[in-house]
Ligand binder design. Structure first.
Ligand code: SF4
Ligand code: SF4
Length: 167
């Protein structure tokens, strides 16, 4: 399992993560891109006039709503919430497959490279018109893995369609 802990202008520190959900922008390549900046209703993300600049997150403005993660073409944004108590954390990520995981189900959680990290529980599955055909899945996991878990082992498709046809 990767123990790489990201650092950069889009990464919230441990104190902020402990206070509630917040975006974690793992975008480290200087590419011409800024939909995240335009998506945030709270003005928490700044790319600026130089469009290849890395996105900067104002962690005090961010409330962890997740809207930006559904607009990022690189699937580089997550949210992390370490305020859950009982040694738990919640990690959210964009999910563009069918079937969606079932709320309450136990599921294997993986790191950025798809390696197993820990078992978790599907805490929430959110779909909204505002999310532009991308669901947001939230898993509850042991807090020690909050900066490692970034996806899940997908549930088996029920038919031959693996990718959401509406996505
Ligand atoms: S999670 Fe919501 S508030 Fe935070 S940066 Fe993204 S869009 Fe803005
Ligand atoms: S939308 Fe995604 S890839 Fe583009 S700048 Fe923002 S975080 Fe990076």
């Amino acid at each position: 399992m990767s123990r790489w802990i990201p650092e950069g202008p889009g990464i919230p520190d441990a104190q902020r993560r402990a206070r509630g959900p917040v975006a974690c922008i793992e975008c480290f390549q200087q590419i011409p891109c800024n939909p995240c900046e335009e998506a945030c209703p709270r003005g928490a993300i700044t790319v600026g006039d130089e469009i290849t600049s890395l996105p900067h997150l104002d962690t005090e403005k961010c409330n962890g709503c997740g809207l930006c993660m559904t607009r990022c073409p690189g699937l580089a944004i997550f949210t992390v919430d370490e305020s859950c108590g009982e040694g738990k954390a919640r990690v959210s990520f964009p999910y563009e497959y069918v079937p969606l995981p079932e709320k309450g189900s136990r599921i294997d959680c993986t790191d950025r490279e798809g390696h197993f990290v820990t078992e978790g529980t599907v805490y929430q599955v959110r779909e909204s018109k505002a999310f532009d055909h991308t669901a947001i899945v939230t898993v509850e996991i042991p807090r020690e893995y909050s900066m490692d878990v970034r996806f899940i082992v997908r549930p088996a498709p029920t038919d031959s369609e693996e990718v959401n046809p509406d996505a």
